[in-house]
Design a protein around this ligand. Structure first.
Ligand code: PEP
Length: 258
């Protein structure tokens, strides 16, 4: 059974006291009984990870995630943070290959694949982000693009390692733009990704892989997205910065509505 997951990517937002307030509000308001089957992940900026880890320590459904990591274990890489460092702060997940990393920091799938391996070696579960740009969708290339991304970054992993991954489909044209993929558009790509995984690793692994949707998900469109058969939750940017909105999205998971 694949796990429902909602992850909040706070990006480069919040100072320390705002991050503390946000994490405390989430902890105070989260009704764990409602999300028994799900994992909820908070991915604050690196500087706030340790403090947030202390705040969520006793909420077993809440997990800590990094927003990126370096591919090397340590060394002269000024300003960088390794997977092992994230793990030592209490992180259990790390977001890799986010489109903002690709666009502003020149990351490609070869590099992202190396980061995925570094994360796995340090017992972190990568949340691997992929998705097409607007111009690629407009010419109908979106299936080729996501297929190439999976192939280059992930498909030489052993099956046991691949099973530790979470995939996040994030059409670039929907991230932070207020434009959401329609549930049908998202479902079509999620089903395609699951089929690719099935071809490479078999049906059981495909069935067990959580594939999240990301791109302007909000309290008022989350349920419709999460009701699609191949959408297992969301990676949430802007709407994860308000505890009430983030939790409304968490409660839009089908398992929280039963
Ligand atoms: C994201 O950055 O992963 C994201 C989905 O952002 P937003 O929800 O703001 O579109």
């Amino acid at each position: 059974m694949r796990k429902p997951i909602v992850a909040g990517n706070w990006k480069m937002n919040t100072n320390l006291s705002e991050a503390v307030a946000l994490a405390e509000n989430i902890v105070r308001q989260l009704n764990v009984a409602r999300i028994d089957k799900a994992d909820i992940i908070l991915a604050p900026p690196f500087t706030h990870l340790y403090r947030v880890s202390e705040i969520i320590a006793n909420k077993h459904k809440l997990h800590l995630g990094g927003q990126n990591c370096h591919q090397e274990a340590n060394g002269a890489y000024t300003g960088e943070v390794s997977a092992g460092m994230l793990r030592s702060l209490g992180a259990s997940y790390v977001i890799l290959g986010h489109s903002e990393r690709r666009q502003y920091f020149g990351e490609d799938d070869v590099l992202i694949g190396q980061k995925v391996r570094a994360a796995l070696e340090n017992n972190l579960r990568p949340i691997y982000c992929l998705g097409e740009k607007l111009e690629e969708r407009e010419i109908g290339k979106h299936f080729n693009v996501v297929s190439q991304q999976m192939q280059t970054a992930l498909f030489d992993l052993e099956e046991a390692d691949f099973r530790k991954l979470v995939i996040a489909y994030e059409p670039v044209w929907a991230i932070g733009t207020g434009k959401t993929a329609s549930p049908a558009q998202a479902q079509e790509v999620h089903a395609f990704l699951r089929e690719l995984i099935a071809k490479r690793y078999g049906a059981a692994t495909a069935e067990n892989t959580s594939i999240l949707y990301g791109g302007s998900a909000k309290p008022d469109n989350a349920a419709e997205l999460f009701d699609q058969p191949d959408i297992d939750g969301g990676l949430i940017g802007g709407a994860s910065l308000k505890a009430e909105d983030f939790l409304a999205i968490v409660y839009a998971l089908p398992c929280a509505r039963r």
